[in-house]
Design a protein around this ligand. Structure first.
Ligand SMILES: *[C@@H]1O[C@H](CO)[C@@H](O)[C@H](O)[C@H]1NC(C)=O
Ligand SMILES: *[C@@H]1O[C@H](CO)[C@@H](O)[C@H](O)[C@H]1NC(C)=O
Length: 412
């Protein structure tokens, strides 16, 4: 008995070990010491002096000052950096692509996405034109674009996800996870929460649709699409058409000073007849023959040819960041490429989840300070305004001073 129980426990713990150990990690970068030996900064845009510098930092606010990542540090610059890992295919495997990104700048327009590249790439030349296999991550531009990109390249064409997946827009770290499974389903997670999931067949136009509307089908002649009809039982009341539109005003009186000879014969003015209801219309009733809107039946699409390897990227070999930033301050960390969503989830728990409260507190502390500084300035200004104290003008924006100067010039 005792031995059997014991071996049972051993067996269970073995299973547990196997399930954790079975996660295959293709690439993991936490940006600790030595990261620079793994990443290659591209020379792209260097000769135009438009290549931005990366800052190795934990940022202005963080949950752990020792946990650094790489951050864009110059405005109006292009950024391109990549790392290589042993080439692999995700055939018959789940592919997990994950990283954290923090926009410390208040991002008006700019990306926070990463790319997976295949085959052989000259990393020194990696740039906006380098073909990629997968592009994934947040993209913000104005009010219109605040979304998570998930672009898959199929036969050399970049295919965008058709679903709208909103991204985070605050100034804190968030983890973006893309999961692609061998059954051609996918999931997009933000901070370990699933935001979108579905099928490659449906949510991208990678292949033509499996089914289409039958182009031969025609709406049957007797198909009734009218939801309401005039009630055939409803009859026009007798004399309805004899009701006049206007009647003589019963309150009108001939003015006393009316002179028939000079003013002509007095006629009673007319007013709208309250009895008059307009041309007669029959009551509307529900059409008993209503069949709903006609829809062509769906048939199998003759142009559809299934590709069981739709989800497969056979030569994944690099991960890269390639961005244009108007305003810099985007910080990347904890890049992971593996085959196990559970492993990826645990990494988020160990990193982002442990630090997020402290990061938020640090951010709010700084914001509070900033607001206090601002309101101090405002206070001086408003005092000056209220009491007409001119000495406050020194602190006012140049624009207004210029305007004042112009006013004076105009007056002179
Ligand atoms: C790098 O980031 C730190 C923290 O935000 C900042 O203090 C420093 O000025 C940055 N360095 C550059 C070169 O931007
Ligand atoms: C105007 O502002 C100056 C400096 O800010 C201050 O010393 C002075 O007392 C103010 N005068 C009035 C009337 O508020």
């Amino acid at each position: 008995m005792a031995t059997r129980k014991f071996s049972g426990i051993v067996f269970l713990s073995l299973l547990l070990l196997i399930s954790v150990a079975s996660a295959k990690v293709f690439f993991e970068e936490r940006f600790e010491d030595g990261w620079e030996s793994r990443w290659v900064k591209s020379d792209w845009k260097k000769e135009d002096n438009m290549a931005g510098e990366w800052n190795y930092t934990s940022g202005k606010w963080n949950g752990d000052a020792n946990d650094k990542g790489i951050q864009t540090s110059e405005d109006y610059r292009f950024y391109a950096i990549s790392a290589e890992y042993p080439e692999f295919s995700n055939k018959d495997k789940t592919l997990v692509f994950q990283f954290s990104v923090k926009h410390e700048q208040k991002l008006d327009c700019g990306g926070g996405y990463m790319k997976l590249l295949s085959g052989d790439v000259d990393q020194k030349k990696f740039g906006g034109d380098t073909p990629y296999s997968i592009m994934f991550g947040p993209d913000i531009c104005g009010y219109a674009t605040k979304k998570v990109h998930a672009i898959l390249t199929y036969n050399g064409e970049n295919k965008l996800i058709k679903k709208d997946v909103p991204c985070e827009t605050d100034q804190l770290s968030h983890v973006y996870t893309f999961i692609l499974r061998p059954d051609a389903t996918y999931s997009i997670l933000i901070d370990n929460e699933e935001k979108q999931t579905g099928s490659l067949y449906k949510d991208w136009d990678v292949l033509p649709p499996k089914q289409i509307k039958d182009p031969e089908a025609k709406k049957p002649e007797d198909w009734d699409e009218k939801e309401y009809i005039s009630d055939p039982e409803d009859k026009k009341p007798e004399g309805y058409d004899d009701i006049p539109k206007e009647i003589p005003d019963p309150d009108a009186k001939k003015p006393e000073d009316w002179d028939d000879e000079e003013d002509g014969e007095w006629t009673v003015p007319t007013i709208p007849n309250p009895e008059y209801k307009g041309p007669w219309k029959a009551k509307k009733i529900k059409n008993p023959n209503y069949k709903g809107k006609w829809k062509a039946p769906m048939i199998d699409n003759p142009d559809f040819k299934d590709d069981p390897d739709l989800y497969v990227f056979p030569k994944l070999k690099y991960v890269g960041i390639e961005l244009w930033q108007v305003k810099s301050g985007t910080l990347f960390d904890n890049v992971l490429i593996c085959d196990d969503p559970e492993y990826a989830k645990q990494l988020v728990e160990e990193t982002w989840a442990k630090q997020k409260d402290a990061e938020k507190a640090a951010f709010e502390e700084l914001e509070k300070k900033r607001e206090e500084e601002e309101s101090k300035d405002d206070h001086v200004d408003s005092d000056a305004d209220d009491e007409g104290n001119d000495s406050g003008d020194e602190a006012e924006p140049e624009e207004e001073e210029e305007a004042d100067d112009n006013d004076i010039k105009d007056e002179l």
